[in-house]
Design a protein around this ligand. Sequence first.
Ligand code: SOE
Length: 386
Amino acid sequence: MAKIKTGIIGTGFSAQSHMEALSRVSDAEVIAIASRNREKAEALAERYGIKKAYGRYEDLIHDPEVEVIHNCTANHLHFSLNKMILEAGKHLLSEKPLAISSEESAELAQLAEQKKKVHGVCFNYRHYPMVEEARQAIQSGHLGEIQLVFGGYLQDWLLYPTDYNWRLDPEKNGPSRAMADIGSHWCDTVQHVLGHKVTEVFADLKTVHPIRKKPKRDVETFHQPAEADVEDVRVTTEDCGVVLVHFANGALGSFTISQVNAGRKNKLFFEIAGTKSALAWDQEKPNELWQGFRNEANRHLLRDPALLSGSAASLAHYPGGHQEGWPDGLKNLLIRFYQSVQMANRGEDWKRSRTFADFHDGHQIMKIIDAILKSDREKRWVTVSE
Ligand code: SOE
């Protein structure tokens, strides 16, 4: 089967992780990369053996050879580039958050629907085998009625006031930082596992460092500033926060989001309790799923395709004991996305078997973020708009 020709926009952490994952997706071939900094695009093109490097995003978007585009730019470019890509009639996988406001994401979701191309948002945590196993257990009724959900997403890469990255700049990032960047992942993953949406939120957000030291040169996500040449800047977005939630099935929940929790590198975790049993998962131990029982011993199910349900087993590529993690979850998302592109190219209904988040899901998450910001401002429960 002919490979699908892909273009990547961006050269940072996300673009590079997409390229690495794509090198393990047999249907796709990256043929172009674009950055406003042409030298960066050329350097990555050389490293990954990509034949075209563009210094203008528009040139990649309008390259007739490019069929699928991954938008791996900073948040403030998501809306305008996603719109241009959809208008150019390409399949599109956008980094999250889909846009920086729900007005923008509404427009994108509507446009994506009209264009009939495959559209996805990079909510990668859905695609871990043990997350799918949790979803299967809940959908099959093993937990009974779901009553209570809690968890969070904790990191420490912005712990010190000397930590800086474009996400601290609201012009590039948008009005919400920790919630839009990683709270969005928690909401997407948990809603997917539960099969129920968040309907109301009550949020309390905190900016731990209202002043940070900004290096005069750009710093990549998860990297330390290398130089002492810094300036003080005011920070208006949240470093951490707690949110109470109600789900559509009546379940109660809460989650804690932080980019300033020492020692927590990328801890997305959830525990879900039903009337029969409970389960818990932690991204820092992604190959395990805890199952809790009242009248029998609790279990730690290990990721082993021989022991998982069919749909979870299909996401596990190595036998038990051969650990898989973050890069593999992203690979699974891309495999699913490119299967949909193949279906769309054959004129089939790609939405039928879709498991990745599409632009409608991305828009719904933006509405949750808007509700969280409003709730924090007004100190009250806020309904997530329909
Ligand atoms: C930084 O917080 C970040 O790279 C997020 O932007 C990603 O979405 C998350 O998966 C890992 O952390």
